[in-house]
Design a protein around this ligand. Structure first.
Ligand code: FAD
Length: 301
C-alpha cells in the first residue's frame, strides 16, 4: 500500500499493489527520443518510486544519459536514478560525472562495475586509476554526496563469479560501502528469486532485493541477452514463443501474460517492490501494472 503527499500538498490516495520503478535507456535518435518521452509521460502517472536511466558500455552514452536524466529533473516531478559504471574511466573522471549529477539535482545513482569494453563474457580488467568494481564505486559516490545508492545483484549468480558465496560477499561489500537497495538481473521463475533471497537473508543482508522484470517481447533478442548475462529462460517459454518469429503482435500479448504471471507469483509471496526494464516502451509496463492493481494516482481513490 502506498500513499504520500503531492508536491502541491494534496494527499495521494493509499492504494493496493507493489511499489514500482522503471528503467529506460538514453535514446540514440530523434525518433527514439520521442518514443522515450512518450513512454515517460504515460508511465509517470503510475507514481513510480524512481525512474532509472542506463549508462552505455564504456561510458558511450555518458552525455546522452546525463541529458536524459537532466531533462527528467527539469521537466517532470519524477525522481531519476542515473546508472554509472567504472568502465574505461579514471576515478577523477567518474567523480566529475557524480558531481555534475549532484549539481543537476540528482540524488540517486545505480552503481555498477559495467562489462568489459571488448564485450560481455571477456575477462574484465579494471581501468588503470579507475574504480575496480561496484563496491569501490559505491564508496566513491557516497564520499561525494548524500546520494541514495542502488546496485545490481544476480539471483542466478554473476556469470564471472566463482560461487554464490563470492557473489554475496561482493554484495555485502557494496552495502558496507553505502548501497541501500539491490536490483536483480532479470529472471523468469519466482523460485529462482526466492531461493536467492533466502541465501542473501541468511548471509545477514537486509536491504530490499528488488526483482528486475524484463519486458522484452522479441524472444530471439531475449535469448541472446539471457545467454550473455547468465539468466535462464525456462523451456516452457521456448515452447510458448516457438514459430512466432514474424508475429510481433502475438509475442507482445504473450509477453504481457508471462510477465504478469511472474509478478503475481512474486507479489503473492510478499514482494512489495518491482523494477521494470521497459526498453523505453510503455505498453507492457502499463498492462502489467494494471493487472497488479497499480493505477494512475488520479484514478486510484
Ligand atoms: P560487481 O558487483 O562489481 O561485480 C560483478 C562480478 O565481478 C562479481 O560477482 C565477481 O564475479 C566479479 N568481481 C567484482 N569484483 C571482484 C573482486 N574484487 N574480486 C574478484 N571478482 C570480482 N551495465 C552497463 O554497462 N550499464 C548499465 O546501465 C547497467 N545497468 C544494470 C542494472 C542492473 C540492475 C543490473 C543487474 C546490471 C546492469 N548492468 C549495466 C550490467 C552490469 O554492468 C554487469 O552485470 C557487470 O558485469 C557487473 O556489474 P556489477 O555492478 O554487478 O559488478
Amino acid at each position: 500500500m502506498r500513499g504520500g503527499t503531492m508536491p502541491d500538498g494534496r494527499n495521494l490516495p493509499v492504494r493496493p499493489g507493489p511499489a514500482i520503478s522503471f528503467e529506460f535507456f538514453p535514446p540514440k535518435s530523434e525518433a527514439m527520443e520521442e518514443r522515450l518521452w512518450d513512454s515517460i509521460s504515460r508511465l509517470a502517472p503510475l507514481d513510480p518510486l524512481y525512474v532509472s536511466v542506463t549508462y552505455g558500455a564504456g561510458g558511450s552514452t555518458r552525455d546522452r544519459t546525463h541529458r536524459t536524466v537532466r531533462r527528467i529533473v527539469e521537466e517532470t516531478s519524477l525522481k531519476p536514478a542515473a546508472h554509472l559504471t567504472c568502465v574505461d574511466a579514471r576515478c577523477d573522471e567518474v567523480d566529475e560525472v557524480i558531481r555534475d549529477y549532484w549539481a543537476a539535482g540528482v540524488r540517486h545513482i545505480v552503481a555498477l562495475r559495467g562489462d568489459p569494453p571488448s564485450g560481455v563474457g571477456d575477462r574484465y580488467e579494471p581501468f588503470d586509476g579507475g574504480y575496480a568494481n561496484a563496491a569501490e564505486l559505491a564508496a566513491g559516490i557516497r564520499k561525494l554526496g548524500d546520494f541514495e545508492v542502488s546496485v545490481g545483484c544476480y539471483p542466478e549468480k554473476h556469470p564471472e563469479s566463482a560461487s554464490f558465496d563470492h557473489d554475496i560477499d561482493l554484495l555485502k561489500a557494496k552495502i558496507d560501502n553505502g548501497a541501500t537497495r539491490a536490483i536483480t538481473q532479470f529472471f523468469f521463475d519466482a523460485d529462482v528469486y526466492f531461493r536467492y533471497l533466502d541465501r542473501v537473508r541468511k548471509a545477514g543482508i537486509d536491504i530490499p532485493i528488488v526483482p528486475g522484470i524484463m519486458m522484452q517481447s522479441n524472444f530471439e533478442g531475449l535469448v541472446r541477452m539471457a545467454g550473455l548475462c547468465g539468466a535462464t529462460i525456462p523451456a516452457r517459454l521456448f515452447d510458448l514463443f516457438d514459430g512466432l518469429e514474424s508475429d510481433p503482435g502475438t509475442r507482445e500479448l504473450l509477453t504481457a501474460n508471462v510477465v504478469a504471471d511472474l509478478c503475481h507469483d512474486l507479489c503473492d509471496q510478499g514482494v512489495d517492490q518491482l523494477h521494470f526494464y521497459t526498453l523505453n516502451r510503455a505498453e507492457l509496463a502499463l498492462a502489467t501494472c494494471r493487472l497488479l492493481g497499480v493505477r494512475p494516482v488520479e484514478m486510484a481513490a
